[in-house]
Design a protein around this ligand. Structure first.
Ligand code: ADE
Length: 255
């Protein structure tokens, strides 16, 4: 990694709040209503920022990070709703591909295709996704120590796993079984749904900049998706994110 910063983007306040104490030599720059926190984590130059929720907020943040702060790579962290069977609350998903499930310019372009790009799926950077998945596995192996087994059981988490594959994004919180069934039927290989990743993917593709998306599964995108959402983000997802980011950067080579 070079002296250009690695950008770590959080969708939610609790996650940024958990990462900030890991930041050394911190200084903050304000731009476009956002606070960009520069500093070092595990010796690597980083910039931490809250993107806000949804595709526009995420794309705006990604462009600022690449154009104004020259971030060498972007990692988007947050929570997601599990779609694929076997993707359970407390699991971690590392995206290999991303798609906007609410993109539909048919009949002018095939459904899901981003007009004038010829693509519906955007690839995450493979080495970055590899490194994050490895860090996630190491952290989930010590989940009991990080969070406490009784606390995990309280959220119904027992033996969390790391999944890698398709993550789909759209400007809707998916909170009904009918909606998640529909998404599963349309994209049978989708592991999880969230509201930002595919927008970051499209912006990073324009800049030819490596990116990855790391998500902790907070719900099953069904009728109880909102239950415990805030508490889960604060007490589980934020702890995982900080541990995974620190572990990843501790193993990353300066370059
Ligand atoms: N992020 C976390 N859970 C989600 C859901 N059910 N739908 C969309 N984004 C999410």
């Amino acid at each position: 990694m070079s002296e250009r910063p690695v950008a770590i983007v959080s969708a939610m306040h609790d996650e940024l709040r958990a990462l900030l104490p890991a930041l050394h030599d911190a200084r903050t720059v304000h731009l476009a209503g956002r606070a960009f926190h520069h500093g070092r984590i595990q010796g690597h130059p980083v910039v931490l920022v809250l993107s806000g929720i949804g595709k526009v907020a995420a794309a705006t943040t990604a462009v600022l990070l690449m154009h104004a702060f020259d971030a060498c790579q972007l990692v988007f962290t947050g929570v997601a709703g599990g779609l694929h069977r076997g993707v359970r609350v407390g699991d971690v998903v590392v995206a290999r591909q991303l798609l906007q499930h609410d993109m539909d310019a048919s009949p002018l372009f095939p459904r899901f295709e981003v007009p004038l790009t010829g693509r519906s799926r955007f690839d995450a950077d493979a080495p970055l996704a590899d490194a994050l998945a490895a860090a996630a596995r190491r952290c989930l192996d010590r989940a009991d120590a990080l969070i406490g087994a009784p606390h995990l059981l309280d959220f119904g988490i027992d033996g969390a796993r790391v999944h890698e594959g398709l993550v789909i994004s759209g400007d809707r919180f998916v909170a009904s079984a009918a909606h998640s069934d529909e998404l599963r039927a349309l994209q049978p290989d989708a592991l999880a749904v969230e509201m930002e990743g595919a927008a970051v993917a499209q912006a990073c593709a324009d800049f030819e900049r490596p990116f990855a998306v790391l998500r902790t599964v907070s719900d099953r995108a069904d009728d109880s998706a909102h239950v415990d959402f805030t508490r889960f983000t604060a007490e589980v997802a934020s702890v995982y994110t900080r541990a995974i980011v620190e572990d990843w950067l501790a193993h990353a080579v300066h370059g």
